[in-house]
Design a protein. Structure first.
Length: 197
């Protein structure tokens, strides 16, 4: 059995590369012809597409994991008699989002608001006017969950966005009753929400 030649050392490779450059300069008309000496056959080829594919797979997995974790509603015991709500966290960055869950009697109309103390009848029938909490500017009030109705299972959930300035706010669930000029809002549950910059 014949002995296989070992890999070339760096000096042999450097010599062959300089020979190739010299030959290429001398035979300018053959510059575009591929030369097997241009590729280093002694070193394993690095597959850049495999690394790119692996990085893309990791990125997709991270996005799916984040979406899955963030989309689960928080834990809240179903109560078909007393309205209430829960958030995935009582702290969020401004511009961030929170998962919420609400419970109460089936058919209950509700909304979840931030920085709003109470609601009074507005200038037109069926319109309610938001009154901010003391010390909260009107610009820092929101109704991120607007006019929902609880289904027959007594529970509803979703995701709300928080786009107000940093601070500590009351976040409340109001239930709605009546219609037209007789519409009224009653505070059913309150939590303290910290919004970070």
């Amino acid at each position: 059995m014949a002995n296989r030649p070992g890999p070339r050392d760096w000096q042999e490779r450097a010599f062959e590369a300089s020979q190739l450059d010299r030959d290429t300069r001398d035979n300018a008309e053959f510059v575009d012809v591929p030369n097997p000496l241009r590729d280093n056959v002694d070193l394993p080829r690095k597959s850049s597409w495999r690394w790119s594919l692996a990085a893309a797979a990791i990125l997709v997995a991270a996005i799916i994991l984040r979406a899955t974790v963030g989309s689960h509603p928080p834990s809240l015991k179903t109560n078909c008699k007393v309205p209430g709500f829960a958030l995935s966290s009582l702290s969020v960055k401004s511009g961030g989002s929170l998962a919420w869950v609400a419970t109460g009697p089936p058919g209950t109309r509700f909304l979840i608001v931030i920085g709003i103390n109470r609601m009074t009848p507005g200038p037109r029938a069926g319109i309610l006017h938001f009154v901010p909490d003391p010390g909260v500017a009107r610009a820092n009030t929101e109704a991120p969950v607007y006019h929902q109705t609880l289904p027959s299972g007594c529970k509803s959930h979703g995701v709300l966005g928080v786009g107000i300035a940093a601070g500590v706010y009351n976040i409340r669930m109001f239930t709605l009753s009546g219609s037209g000029r007789n519409v009224a809002a009653t505070a059913a549950a309150t939590e303290r929400l910290t919004v970070k910059a």
